[in-house]
Design a protein around this ligand. Sequence first.
Ligand SMILES: [Zn+2]
Ligand SMILES: [Zn+2]
Length: 863
Amino acid sequence: MPPRHQPPEALLATLSTERGRSDRLTHTEHLPAREARYAPWPTAIRTEIVAAAAELGVGLPWEHQAEAMDLAKTGQSVVIATGTASGKSLGYLAPVLSDLLDGTEAPNGRGATALYLAPTKALAADQRRRAAELVPPRVRVALYDGDTPPEEREWVRQYASYVLTNPDMLHRGILPAHPRWSTFLKALKYVVVDECHSYRGVFGSHVAQVLRRLRRLAARYGASPTFLLASATTAEPAVTARRLTGVPATAVTDDASPRGPMVFALWEPPLTENVGEHGAPVRRTATAEAGYLLTDLVEAGTRTVVFVRSRRAAELVALQAQDQLGSPLAARVAAYRGGYLAEERRALERELHSGRLLGLASTSALELGVDVSGLDAVLLAGYPGTRASLWQQAGRAGREAQGALAVLIARDDPLDTYLVHHPEALFANPVEATVLDPDNPHVLAPHLCAAAAELPLTDSDLELFGPSTTQLLPVLERRGLLRRRPDGSWYWTRRERAADRVDLRGSGGSPVQIVEADTGRLLGTVDAAASHTTVHTGAVHLHQGRTYLVRDLDLDSSVALVALADPPYTTSARDITSISVLSTDTTEEWGEATLSFGSVEVVNQVVGYLRKRIATGEILGESKLDLPPRTLRTRAVWWSVTEDQLLDADIPLDLLPGAAHAAEHASIGLLPLFATCDRWDIGGVSVPLHPDTGLPTVFVYDGHSGGAGFAERGFRRAVEWLTATRDAISACECERGCPSCVQSPKCGNGNDPLDKAAAVRLLDILLAGAPRLQETPSGAKAPSGAKAPSGAKAPNGQDTGANDAPDGDDARGGSDAPDPSGAPDPSGDAVGTGKSGGADAAPAAPGATAGPAAPDPAGPGTG
Ligand SMILES: [Zn+2]
Ligand SMILES: [Zn+2]
């Protein structure tokens, strides 16, 4: 059966009214088609390029492409932030390739060079193809990544004028070996940063420092490249581009490409018979619901991709649809995710392309670099974490100007529930800003070392690397890493390579390899930080639809041995967390209450795990684990109220822990609405009486060493954030708290205690003293009146507070690196259970450890 195309309205009717499911549809948005607007080719673009584009079917560029070309040709850095399939690559390729063509007329044939950075290898390979289609072969276009054979590398360095690589390779392979790249760097005219919205959080902060190292070396060779960035639509693209590159950039955002009509439906799964923790009502999970809808769509011959938020969910949705479809259609549904071997993934891509596959359940691994056009429907099983990612995924449908259907299926959590009942938050608001924090000293320090190893640092470099540099250099000297020469410059003292001290995508420690005990076969990897919660001894691990039990987690050798098994349960780690304030940067008085932002130390220990029955979530038993605590120094936003306020809010001391804990859970759930993180990037702790504040205090912290900018964003947008939190809790129709409002699938305390009603009163009393909303414009610095108390080291918090560490998810089982606009692949959804079947938070290093198909940085000695 070939794929059939049906209008989106008809498809939606198939899913809803025809099946008696109309009540699950909370909103239908009709997005009209958009007419194309064209512009003449800028005269500065070489006629060869114009002719080649015509060959490829591009007569005239769209207006936004022409605008970007004009800016680039005048040497102005640009960020093109327009929708999927809006021809961003032609926008930067035309000026870049024009100048490279000019450069071939120089005596050495390489009068101009350009460097292209992609977050994935697949994208770089795709880019090589596109570039080669537009220019004659005398412009030498070459990939330079971990797969490039050593004998080719020398050729690339000497002769290529357009070099396509990834940030990891730039960091480890190219910059440390810059003398060998001197002629390339000397002629460097452009740096293209593709899919730049994927450089967010800690990963983005690392990439920002790598780009500063590149700019410094290029300047040393006399070059000052123009930066051309391509981004999904985000808020404030020019601000983000500047934070990422350090240079001002003009944003091109007025998308002039045509778009087919789209029907975008918001969908809330039904309540189930099951009851969850503490008797809470539970909805069918988004993954289970997606499995049903996928079944219907495949039966209708509709080519569909389901985007899910975890590797485990990808497996589960595909399995469920296969079960329900039966032979022969079952064979036309598959799962796709990071952690599969590259060959497996390529085969799936081909089959989806050819139409042999009709249904694919995929993590965001499919989001980038792989051209899956011609889809008729996209299902999003859970909000993908950011609006940028939402549109990126939905944009996969109907790319050929025909109508398409997108359905966002809400997960049973506060953010998704809020969104399907507040469509304006999705369709009327601008997308959120990409958050990164290059000043994070944990990020900056190793790059200062790497920079010093590349060329001794001088006072003139301080500004380039940002304000923390001056304080960090003496610290690095005390640690014996850098030494100051009499001339004032700093240089690297060690024999080892400075660049090897930092993995751009890692979150500390080498990834844990998941190995089949009987065969020795490598199944995949999981972040070191995630390993305690996801592949602890006794954990259930899914791979390729098979279930494994972890026999042993060996932290010394970073190996988890697993064996095939068929347990009737899932597992869910239990942990304990304490938090202490290291220093307070800023405090705002909200009447009697206070809101603060600063540095904290979080100590988290996985102490055991629960076994939960697959079908019902019923707890079958608990086992103890003996794992070492992990310490995280990071940034946090926290708020405290006074005892008088508690009295006013009618919250007696026995209700306080449940009130604070519930408010903390919901606030973690809602923060992603304001920052490009998701609840798995951040953690929280609520403490009835915190030793550092002496008051009832709720903390929300970045789950990454040194912080990633998320808590800071929460601090800046605190009034809106906590107001939305309060509204989400009070609007939930449940009586005593449920996963849609105050229960959290990653709670280290088993969602106990939680008091929904008292949480609303607590937030009300907190917000009563808050500045009025219009007085805290987005992105504003701390409002006036903010003070910065001294940062005394606080005593260790011996709190017994509730904790929610951003830690491990057995669903995660590794990561789909790189993680495009950010969904770090958490989950919780087990098919058919209302409860998060053994899932828990993920330690989402943004773009965490690369899976087998991810960019492969060069080892030492390359480049
Ligand atoms: Zn509820
Ligand atoms: Zn909790």
